[in-house]
Design a protein around this ligand. Structure first.
Ligand code: NAD
Ligand code: TYD
Length: 340
């Protein structure tokens, strides 16, 4: 197959490209990425000379950006992805996540190719008990989630109106190597290494369902090959933790690896003002995907966290560059201070 992958220089996209190159070495991959603050070609330094791989720097919002390119499927990861940034300024989220997706849907319509839209469980909003299913109502609460829900609805509209081969995956919170350190798990690891305060929002009792990034990549691959046009698939591990328990687990693993006193790291935990509109709990049921494709998550959570902590300890150069001048200039929000 020939795949056009958008956002392949980001966290999940770069893990996905690495996964595809090893699972399907005969596939051709075109990676289209604008290289925003979150995109980094270093994430793919071991892939850049692989047979069949090519990179194009470009914006998914630009009309004609795919002219002259041939492929069988668009795997659409590119997005503005951080809730906190969407609270500060929703415009880039509207532009990339909604207008950019529509621009790509037009390309899929012209070419009659597969369009696999990588979405999020955050479109369903917060749930106190039980699980969200693929037919649960969309009740997004953050501008990020609302922009992703809007793009999901545009995919649906193109399936219904233009009969495109569109599919949507809605995954829970990912973690693993190469995640930009604005997100909670890498932020906790880096701040522990640097002995900086670790900001926990509100009472720390918000719940997230964590999945290892490679398990998500395997799910996207399963949907690409075995999914049905017009269908939506939840992707999750049923692995719920409060932020408070998550942070404590990461800190105890990090203390083990750094061979330091666990209590020294635990004392860095600092409860700070809550995020506006902070969703209390995300929980989805991935049974449909499992039944349709046979996919199931493989990584045990403690092993995944251990591998992730190891990766950040071993890749100091990677994150030191991210928290230095260039990235911070681009990032340019009050959150940039935290990354230093
Ligand atoms: P990320 O922020 O790490 O990467 C986003 C990538 O998209 C970057 O490489 C960036 O340069 C690129 N990009 C942004 N705007 C672009 C544009 N206009 N044109 C071309 N490229 C552009 O995000 P991520 O965490 O890897 O998430 C990837 C996708 O998965 C997103 O669609 C996100 O909504 C979805 N998702 C993420 C999670 C998670 O926990 N991270 C969970 C479920 C779904
Ligand atoms: P995050 O990694 O931003 O992912 P999302 O908002 O998409 O779930 O946040 C995960 C959880 O961690 C969420 O409940 C907010 C919380 N959080 C903190 O407590 N402190 C932080 O500094 C950050 C970035 C997040």
């Amino acid at each position: 197959m020939r795949l056009l992958i958008t956002g392949g220089a980001g966290f999940i996209g770069s893990n996905y490209i690495r996964y595809i190159l090893s699972a399907h070495p005969d596939y051709e991959i075109i990676n289209l990425d604008k290289l925003t603050y979150a995109g980094n070609l270093e994430n793919l330094s071991d892939c850049e000379n692989a047979d069949g791989y090519s990179f194009i720097k470009g914006d998914i919002c630009e009309r004609g950006i795919l002219d002259g390119l041939e492929f069988d499927a668009i795997i659409h990861f590119a997005a503005e992805s951080h809730v906190d940034r969407s609270i500060l300024d929703a415009q880039p989220f509207l532009q990339t996540n909604v207008a950019g997706t529509v621009n790509l849907l037009e390309e899929a319509r012209k070419r009659n190719c597969i369009f696999l839209h990588v979405s999020t469980d955050e479109v369903y909003g917060s749930i106190d008990q039980g699980f969200f299913y693929e037919n649960s109502p969309l009740q997004p609460n953050s501008p990020y989630a609302a922009s992703k829900a809007s793009s999901d609805l545009m995919v649906r509209a193109y399936v219904k109106t233009h009969n495109i081969k569109g599919m949507i995956t809605r995954c829970s919170n990912n973690y693993g190597p190469l995640q930009f350190p604005e997100k909670i798990i890498p932020l906790v690891i880096l701040n522990a290494i640097k002995r900086k305060p670790i900001p926990v929002y509100g009472d720390g009792m918000n719940v997230r369902d964590w999945i290892y990034v490679v398990d998500h990549c395997r799910a996207v691959d399963a949907v690409l090959h075995k999914g049905e046009a017009g269908e939506i698939y939840n992707v999750g591990s049923k692995n719920e933790l409060t932020n408070s328990d998550l942070v404590k687990l990461i800190l105890s693993k990090t203390a083990e690896k750094l061979d330091c006193d666990k209590n020294e790291l635990l004392s860095l935990i600092t409860f700070v003002e809550d995020r506006k509109g902070h969703d209390r709990r995300y929980a989805i049921d991935p049974a449909k995907l499992q039944e349709k494709t046979g996919w199931k998550p493989e990584m045990e959570f403690e092993d995944g966290i251990s591998a992730t902590v190891d990766w950040y300890i071993a890749n100091k150069q990677w994150w030191e560059r991210i928290v230095s001048g260039d990235y911070l200039n681009y990032y340019n929000t009050q959150y940039a201070e935290r990354l230093k």
